[in-house]
Write a protein that binds this ligand. Structure first.
Ligand SMILES: [Zn+2]
Ligand SMILES: [Zn+2]
Length: 744
């Protein structure tokens, strides 16, 4: 499966011979030769060659299996006829995607290893000699051949440097034939399309290998010891804990289950033995001793995975046992080396997306680069899990197009054998998804390509006359982020990526100009689809209002006016999600406090409040809202979560209190407008209950909430505000300014 052939394009020597090329516009009398035993993907490769040559204005070549002469053939796939041809060769020793192209005199030969080499060879030929570009699932650029197109002579061999390639976009995942054309070997399942690699994505698996429902009650010692307690996590099936990796029974059970899986699925080339998605790794003395010695919790992980891998190697010598190097386990162990049949799936989740991974001036990436280099030296099976979109806001402009090329090159230079580019996988139509998918798939197949040239090429071919203003907008967002010196990982509001109201407005103008330049209806629609990101940026003040928008009802009103256009575009282009975890339909249905947001600003409550955690949830019973806070309450800012102010990882109930003189306000309704509270809250004013937020905490945490306080508030007097926040996971607390607003 992994051929020991040097990566890259190799020109096979033709020294001493003198060959002519072939005129693709003059193939009259030629045919396409395939073996009688051609595999489904070789037969399909021949059909693809035939069809695209016709589309380019060339001859329709017959597909034959028994040629009767030696010359004027396009050989597709290995065959006896190819072997007998003067241009012929065999594919013995070729890896499953290795390919060779020969063009000389009266023959073209395209053949590769099974099962995908020949099909990928045809696509390579179509790109390099016919100028075909596989842009999107419904847009393939096929330039006309013209009266004469001489190509070759050439003799090329190609071994793709990455054995696992996945541009994780809905734009590829949902279109297997397109995925095959762009040589994404992780999507198509049909034999006709060459199937997919037997390598699966290495992902969280401890909970499925040893579910706590099966072992948790009788053997809590199989699970992580944290803060002096075993955590079998019966509530979530084991997903919210980890395994005790030094327990010999854990090793035995995991090994048995891995072997059983492999016996049931002989097609598998790898299997996951990987930590769950949390930081509850085992701190028992035995696990801790290994991790201490190895300088990283990856120590106990690799020790266990190595032991599993040794057993797997006896029965399945070609199978890899994969594990995540992720979050707490990202740093490799000091002395334990992964076995040759261990695969490391290294995740870059903390990295800055706005600078290349190997940018020595990006403080957020330097340490990851060191870890990657160390893993690349220690493991021959390093794979990368890289993050490529703003997972909290799929539709916002994300100025990271320039890092795709250097990142993929850097992964390959550090001996990566696979790259998973996680992006907007569960919804089509995310920000520049077609363009990004094009750049990524091309670079994953051939990292020597230029990201800049691919970007220009896609814009020129897909948006045609409308390309220049779109390019201008892309440059604007990227240059602006550079000017601001931002560093940002893969989640955050627009401001974290340098996207502000001026950028949004400039974007809308660029796309309007693009629409006016569009050649036809088809291009017009493509430009409209791409324009969604600018409208999304313009909606930021009311979707996720920052301090400026919370202070300015006019900004909110301007933003709101664009909402209709945004919604219509999303509907037209089938956008299903506005974030990884937020359905478009839920966004449309979510009741935002529009009255309060657009209301007159009466007063802003102070940034500094007093704060007290309430782990026993006793505050309500003890009526903390009735009393002025005592010395056990500590100062806190309400413009940041409590986690960043000395209460890291605190989940549960906590109380905020402040006093404020509220001016007289003539109004029909007075609002307590919170920019955002993570997750839900109850409010008391002057000791009396005044309402709170309600709804799904998963979607409430970053959205403005307003409470009608008309009857509770005493304008013209000093009022005491008490807020009890309930947070169940991750960061918590009031984290944006609070205003009192009024509607007449
Ligand atoms: Zn342990
Ligand atoms: Zn950075």
């Amino acid at each position: 499966m992994r051929a020991a052939v040097a990566a890259g394009l190799v020109l096979v020597s033709t020294a001493g011979a003198s060959f002519a090329g072939v005129d693709l516009a003059a193939l009259d009398g030629w045919d396409i030769v395939v073996s009688q035993e051609a595999s489904p993907s070789v037969a399909y490769a021949a059909e693809q060659f035939q069809a695209f040559l016709v589309q380019a204005g060339g001859e329709r070549l017959a597909i034959v299996t028994d040629p009767t002469r030696v010359d004027r053939h396009v050989f597709i796939g290995p065959s006896a006829a190819l072997a007998a041809s003067p241009a012929g060769f065999g594919v013995e020793g070729f890896g499953d995607e290795d390919l060779r192209l020969v063009i000389r005199d009266d023959a073209i030969a395209i053949a590769g290893g099974r099962p995908r080499g020949t099909l990928y060879g045809v696509y390579t030929f179509l790109e390099d000699y016919l100028g075909v570009r596989f842009l999107t699932h419904d847009h393939t650029h096929v330039p006309p051949l013209g009266p004469r197109r001489v190509v070759g002579p050439v003799d090329r061999f190609y071994h793709p440097p990455l054995a696992f390639r996945w541009s994780y976009y809905a734009e590829t995942n949902r279109y297997p034939a397109f995925a095959a054309q762009n040589r994404t070997n992780t999507v198509p399942t049909e034999a006709r399309l060459g199937g997919k690699t037997g390598l699966d994505l290495i992902n969280h698996s401890f909970a499925s290998l040893m579910p706590s429902g099966e072992f948790g009650e009788i053997h809590p010692e199989y699970y992580a010891l944290v803060d002096g307690e075993r955590r079998p996590d019966l509530a979530h099936g084991g997903k919210a804990t980890q395994l005790c990796l030094s327990n010999p029974d854990v090793l035995r059970i995991v090994t048995e289950r891995v072997l059983a899986t492999l016996r049931a699925h002989p097609e598998k080339e790898n299997v996951s033995v990987s930590q769950n998605d949390n930081t509850m790794y085992c701190r028992c003395p035995a696990c801790a001793a290994i991790d201490e010695r190895e300088g990283s919790p990856s120590g106990s992980i690799i020790a266990l995975v190595n032991a599993v891998a040794d057993e797997v190697a006896r029965e399945f010598p070609d199978v890899l046992v994969g594990t995540l190097a992720y979050a707490y386990s990202r740093k490799p162990p000091k002395t334990v080396k992964p076995r040759p049949n261990v695969q490391i799936q290294l995740c870059s989740v903390e990295c800055c997306m706005l600078h290349p991974i190997d940018d020595p001036d990006c403080p957020q990436n330097v340490e990851f680069g060191r870890d990657m280099a160390a893993w690349g030296r220690a493991s021959r099976n390093l794979s990368i899990w890289n993050y490529n979109t703003n997972f909290h806001h799929y539709l916002l402009p994300c100025p990271n197009l320039r890092v795709i090329e250097p990142n993929i090159r850097c992964f390959v230079a550090n001996n990566a054998m696979g790259v998973f580019m996680q992006a907007a996988y569960n919804s089509p139509g995310s920000e520049f998804s077609d363009l990004r998918n094009y750049i990524m798939t091309n670079l994953l197949w051939d990292p020597s390509r230029s990201g800049e040239a691919l970007l220009d090429e896609f814009l020129r071919l897909h948006y045609k006359a409308a390309a220049p203003p779109i390019r201008r907008f892309i440059d604007l967002t990227h240059d602006h982020a550079v000017r601001l010196g931002l560093h940002q990982a893969c989640m955050g509001p627009a401001a974290d990526y340098g996207i502000d109201a001026a950028i949004a407005q400039a974007g809308i103008e660029c796309f309007e100009e693009g629409l006016s330049l569009a050649d036809d209806e088809v291009v017009h629609d493509r430009v409209e689809k791409a324009s969604i990101c600018a409208y999304r940026a313009a909606l930021e003040p009311f979707m996720s209002p920052g301090a400026d928008a919370l202070a300015d009802a006019g900004m909110i009103r301007h933003s709101l006016a664009l909402r209709e256009r945004f919604v219509a575009l999303c509907e037209k282009f089938g956008v299903e999600r506005i974030a990884e975890g937020t359905l478009f339909e839920d966004f449309v249905a979510h009741p935002l406090p529009l009255e309060a947001l657009q209301g007159r600003r009466v007063v802003q409550l102070p940034e500094q409040w007093l704060f007290k955690t309430d782990p026993e949830n006793a505050g309500a019973d003890q009526a903390w809202f009735h009393r002025a806070p005592d010395a056990s309450w500590k100062p806190i800012s309400i413009h940041r979560t409590w986690d960043s102010q000395g209460y890291a990882d605190y989940d549960g109930y906590a109380w905020y209190s402040t006093e404020m003189a509220v001016p007289q306000a003539e109004a029909t309704t007075l609002w307590f407008l919170c920019g955002a509270v993570d997750e839900t809250f109850d409010l008391w004013i002057n000791g009396e209950p005044a309402g709170g937020s309600s709804g799904d905490p998963d979607t409430l945490w970053d959205k403005p909430v307003a409470v009608d306080i008309t009857s509770a508030l005493r304008p013209g007097a000093t009022n005491r505000f008490t807020v009890r926040v309930h947070d169940q996971a991750y960061a918590g607390g009031i984290w944006k300014p609070v205003w009192i607003t009024a509607t007449d």
